[in-house]
Design a protein around this ligand. Structure first.
Ligand SMILES: [Zn+2]
Length: 194
């Protein structure tokens, strides 16, 4: 399996179950750049957990993301998963999202990349996008964060009742993490280009 080594962990890079010429084409620059990007992220945002990058199309990506999430929260009905996948796909399409970072199995973090969008947008965009997502992976590796994210997801999936204050806290945390990931994009780009 193609992979890139980082100081603290390994990044596995795969294409989705139904690879096309676009996923294959997008995989080349990802394989070439994942190592240097991860190195910059570890220096700027902290150690990465084991990361699996999946390069796929948008609809397949939404399904893969939902399956991973449902498995991380400990099960959700097919109906719930289909509903979530549809919502994820709609939101990705509406916001032109090129990537998602999710909890994977055990300590793993999953980064889903949308191949057609990445190919269209060029290398600078790829470095910024993958850098941004790997910052989210580093955030999920910080003490206690994986557990709190999991609790938020279990609330989202209706598996546990959560007080409304907890939902506000979760949203505020996500805003802070988004801000950090955006702010680090230029520094990651500069480090990889250096
Ligand atoms: Zn983000």
């Amino acid at each position: 399996m193609p992979h890139a080594e980082t100081a603290s962990n390994e990044i596995a890079i795969t294409t989705a179950a139904t690879p096309s010429w676009r996923t294959d084409l997008a995989a080349d620059p990802v394989r070439r750049l994942a190592g240097p990007i991860a190195e910059a992220v570890e220096r700027l945002a902290g150690a990465l957990p084991p990361v699996r990058i999946v390069i796929t199309g948008r609809a397949a990506g939404a399904w893969i993301a939902t399956q991973a999430e449902a498995s991380a929260v400990g099960g959700a009905s097919l109906r719930t998963r289909l509903g979530k996948a549809l919502a994820t796909w709609r939101s990705a399409r509406a916001h032109d999202a090129q990537a998602m970072t999710l909890l994977g199995d055990r300590s793993e973090v999953l980064v889903v990349l949308c191949a057609p969008d990445l190919l269209a947008a060029g290398e600078t965009n790829l470095i910024e996008t993958l850098g941004h997502e790997l910052v989210h992976a580093a955030q999920l590796n910080r003490p206690g964060r994986r557990q709190s994210r999991l609790a938020d997801l279990q609330g989202n999936y209706g598996l546990v009742e959560r007080p409304i204050a907890e939902s506000y806290r979760a949203e505020a945390q996500i805003c802070l993490e988004e801000a950090e990931a955006h702010e680090l994009e230029p520094a990651i780009l500069a480090a990889v280009r250096a």
